[in-house]
Design a protein around this ligand. Structure first.
Ligand code: RM4
Ligand code: MN
Ligand code: MN
Length: 393
């Protein structure tokens, strides 16, 4: 693929950043307060806008409700617009309340299910008010002990509550269903894998699609194959990018396994070029879902954006014709070498040219660090003392 075509496709890659990535966060052991970390939703939106200003490719910010709750959602929409970005996916929070001890949409308690469903329905309304077309659902639901609840019963409850939610979606709005194999439940999880999420989405209808959080798989899972299958079935709706080594670590995407990120972006790039999957691939929402516990929030987010762009640029460099030829000829090693050759390419020059064209610095992390932003924010906001993992709770 010529550099011009690569540049044209890079220009279309928009990456959404999460409001919750800008506030203080930590593990269950401790939260280290970061000087200047965002304290309110307004500050989180402002930080997302700064990331967009420095990278030129992050025009939206995902919100989590109630963490980002405001009295007037239209005001938040206006504020984001003034800052140069828009509000993206609306994420209902179904794990931060005492009522969800036994689950949310799958809870055995009808009142608990109703409460969870009402919250999701409210999020559909919020999405309309902030001008977003995505409600992104992740459930903490599951059980900790065999016998704790009836597994088929839970699955039936999931189906009926989601049906009611789906029926409330206005035209053009998508429900993205995220799966995760464990945590906070440790024995059974109600949406543990892509297959369950795909089954549920299939039953609901075309406005429901699967969201792949790259950190939500067991060790060794072939994530790019999941991506390929979901693309083939028009069921891939979006990503939550991050990296994992042991559990749901939420580390900077591409920090642990850049080759995996490349392989995932390769499936995207190739589906974009295939008429059978191009429409699904074009609508995929690329979002980051990370929490930065011991590093600065904003430069970590910018680094994540750069890592995704690097992987995507390399993926676009795969010689698709030569690869298809080698595959057809049964040249196993030859085909593998074609893929690895693209991964080993140095795309820094290409990305530098791309960023120059966008009017941003060749190294946006460096631009953030040299620009005095961190110092200014620390001065303006100070260092907040935090009690819980998410200070905004
Ligand atoms: C979950 C999942 C969700 C995210 C929460 C904070 O593990 O990844 O997408 O919203 O964490
Ligand atoms: Mn996620
Ligand atoms: Mn997660």
């Amino acid at each position: 693929m010529s550099d011009n075509v690569v540049l044209a496709r890079l220009r279309r890659l928009e990456l959404e950043t999460p409001s919750w990535g800008y506030g203080n966060s930590g593990t269950r052991f401790h939260v280290y307060p970061w000087p200047g970390a965002a304290r309110t939703v307004w500050e989180r939106v402002a930080d997302a806008a700064l990331v967009h200003a420095l990278t030129g490719c992050c025009p939206s910010v995902a919100i989590h409700v109630p963490w980002d709750r405001v009295d007037d959602w239209r005001e938040l929409r206006r504020y984001a617009g003034e800052q140069g970005i828009r509000i993206g996916a609306v994420n209902p929070n179904l794990f931060g309340d005492d009522e969800y001890r036994l689950g949310s949409l799958c809870s055995p308690d009808p009142a608990g299910r109703r409460r969870a469903l009402d919250h999701c329905l409210e999020c559909v309304e919020i999405a309309e008010q902030v001008g977003s077309s995505i409600v992104s659902l992740w459930l903490p639901d599951g059980t900790n002990y065999p016998g704790q609840d009836d597994l088929r019963g839970r699955f039936a409850r999931l189906g009926s509550t989601l049906e009611e939610l789906y029926a409330a979606l206005p035209a053009g709005m998508r429900l993205l269903v995220e799966y995760k194999f464990f945590e906070p439940a440790f024995y059974s999880t109600d949406l543990p894998d892509w297959g369950t999420a795909a089954l549920v989405c299939r039953r609901l209808g075309p406005q429901a699609q699967v969201l792949v959080d790259t950190g939500h798989h067991a060790q060794g899972t072939n994530v790019e194959q999941i991506v390929a299958l979901l693309l083939s079935e028009s069921l891939l709706g979006g990503f939550h990018f991050n990296n994992r080594k042991y559990a749901d670590d939420d580390l900077i995407v591409g920090a642990i396994d850049p080759f995996e990120l490349f392989r995932i972006m390769r499936e995207i790039a190739s589906a974009q070029a295939d008429p059978a999957t191009a429409a699904t691939a074009a609508a995929v929402a690329f979002m980051i879902d990370q929490s930065h516990n011991v590093e600065g929030k904003i430069d970590a987010m910018i680094q994540s954006v750069m890592n995704i762009q690097t992987a995507y640029a390399k993926a676009l460099l795969v010689d698709a014709d030569a690869l298809a030829e080698a595959q057809l000829a049964g040249d196993v090693l030859g085909a593998h070498r074609i893929l690895v050759d693209a991964f080993e390419s140095d795309v820094r020059g290409l990305l530098g040219a791309f960023r120059a064209e966008l009017g941003v610095a060749p190294d946006p992390v460096e631009a953030f660090r040299a620009g005095g932003h961190a110092e200014r924010l620390a001065r303006e906001r100070g260092t907040a003392r935090v009690e819980s993992a998410y200070e905004q709770i």
